[in-house]
Design a protein around this ligand. Structure first.
Ligand SMILES: NC(=O)c1ccc[n+]([C@@H]2O[C@H](COP(=O)([O-])OP(=O)(O)OC[C@H]3O[C@@H](n4cnc5c(N)ncnc54)[C@H](O)[C@@H]3O)[C@@H](O)[C@H]2O)c1
Length: 376
């Protein structure tokens, strides 16, 4: 029997080498503000596409409340008809959050607190990803690092999605190997979330599994050789599809535990997810063994027909090793703040859509397993 579900994914997508070149045509005759950060603005195809448009120069780092307020003020000053976000998830989320705040005149924090309803925006959003990881170009989410509470927070609403996503694999060619690995693993976790999350459905499963196939094909070769265009295509498509899967479901314990590491240690988002992905899946196995076996198939792992999901976890471990994701200790995360990490994880939204409910003991076990790894 197929469980009932609802889905709404109205983002127009252009996926092609050179898709960023569509930008001047899309923006012609409209007032525009481009949100972009330094290394990305220097990519020749980006520089050419945004030439002549007003730009907000995003500083390095993930969005904070202050940064969102600053970018929103720039949106208010520029009064654009279209906001364009170009970059990794941080730039795309900043563009989304700034458009929301400027449009409704409320702080992003109040949206995070659930005090303000998200209304239909008056300003269009075009999203151009330059990493292959977050799927933010098709998601309705925007994530912020709350430096006061020292945790990651966010707002997710279908009305926050971009109207048009331009996914151009050529823009990712210069992404360094580490960033390629981290963002690719983020996409992998989101793709698997589409298959195992408790709020998933047949569409998120189908798209998530197909995303796994593309990510498995592209991750290791793109990390080894950033100029491998076939690998960049696979990763870009896998990331886009994982973003769609995530919009039909969500991310699970890997993101809850990863967010906690990220806000505590200031490590890149995808890396934090990779540090705990296999271990959280292993703790989840009793609740989603058959689904993890489907993931194993999609990742090209020989089937053992056990139905217990061991093959899926093994396949993920293999990919993490090939992408050269360090261990938790190798990344500088020890057990000195474990109490804080557990507390943050238990309060994270992503645990609420996990294949089964987690106790503090489950969180502790996943962290302990990740800390016990001596190598990949
Ligand atoms: N909204 C969502 O649906 C969603 C989903 C997952 C994660 N996120 C958030 O997205 C953020 C992480 O995004 P990310 O992993 O894409 O990293 P990022 O946006 O933080 O970028 C990482 C670094 O790579 C640089 N960079 C980006 N593209 C480049 C390119 N083509 N060449 C050279 N350098 C490039 C950036 O300037 C930055 O220094 C986090 O804040 C995370 O919480 C959002």
């Amino acid at each position: 029997m197929i469980a009932g579900f609802q889905a709404s994914l109205p983002v127009k997508v252009s996926f092609a080498d050179g898709a960023v070149g569509e930008l001047p045509g899309i923006l012609a005759g409209r007032r525009v503000l481009v949100v972009v950060e330094e290394p990305v603005a220097d990519i020749p195809a980006v520089a050419e596409a945004i030439e002549g448009f007003e730009a907000y120069a995003k500083p390095p780092g993930e969005p904070t409340f202050d940064l969102i307020a600053d970018a929103a003020a720039a949106v208010e000053r520029a009064r654009p008809e279209v906001v364009v976000g170009i970059g990794g998830g941080s730039a795309l989320d900043l563009a989304k959050a700034a458009r929301l705040v400027a449009g409704q005149g409320e702080s992003f924090e109040r949206f995070c607190d659930g005090e303000i309803e998200v209304l239909p925006p008056a300003v269009d959003l075009v999203a151009v990803p330059t990493t292959s990881g977050t799927g933010s170009e098709v998601s309705g989410g925007a994530v912020v690092v709350d430096h006061v509470e020292r945790r990651k927070r966010g707002v997710a609403h279908p009305l926050m999605r971009a109207q048009h996503a331009l996914v151009d694999p050529l823009l990712t060619v210069g992404l360094p190997p580490d960033a390629t690995a981290y963002t690719g693993v983020d996409a992998l976790a989101q793709a698997i979330g589409g298959v195992i999350a408790s709020n998933g459905n047949v569409l998120s499963t189908a798209i998530g599994l197909e995303a796994c196939r593309h990510i498995a094909a592209g991750l290791e070769p793109a990390v080894r050789d950033g100029g491998d265009l076939d690998a960049r295509h696979e990763l870009s498509l896998g990331s886009l599809m994982a973003g769609l899967a995530m919009n039909l479901s969500d991310c699970c314990a890997d993101h809850a535990l990863g967010h906690s590491i990220g806000s505590t240690y200031g490590l890149p988002h995808g890396l934090t997810v990779g540090l705990v992905l296999a271990e959280t899946l292993d703790v989840n196995r009793p609740a989603c063994g058959p689904q993890l076996d489907q993931v194993a198939d999609a990742l090209g792992e020989p089937r053992d027909r056990s139905g217990d999901g061991v093959a899926g976890v093994r396949a993920v471990r293999r990919l993490l090793a090939r992408a050269r994701i360090p261990t938790m200790r190798g990344a500088g995360v020890g057990d000195e703040q474990i109490g804080r990490l557990v507390e943050l994880s238990m309060a994270d939204y992503c645990l609420t859509v996990n294949p089964r409910e987690w106790t503090e003991d489950d969180v502790r076990r996943a962290y302990a397993d990740a800390l016990a790894l001596e190598g990949r």
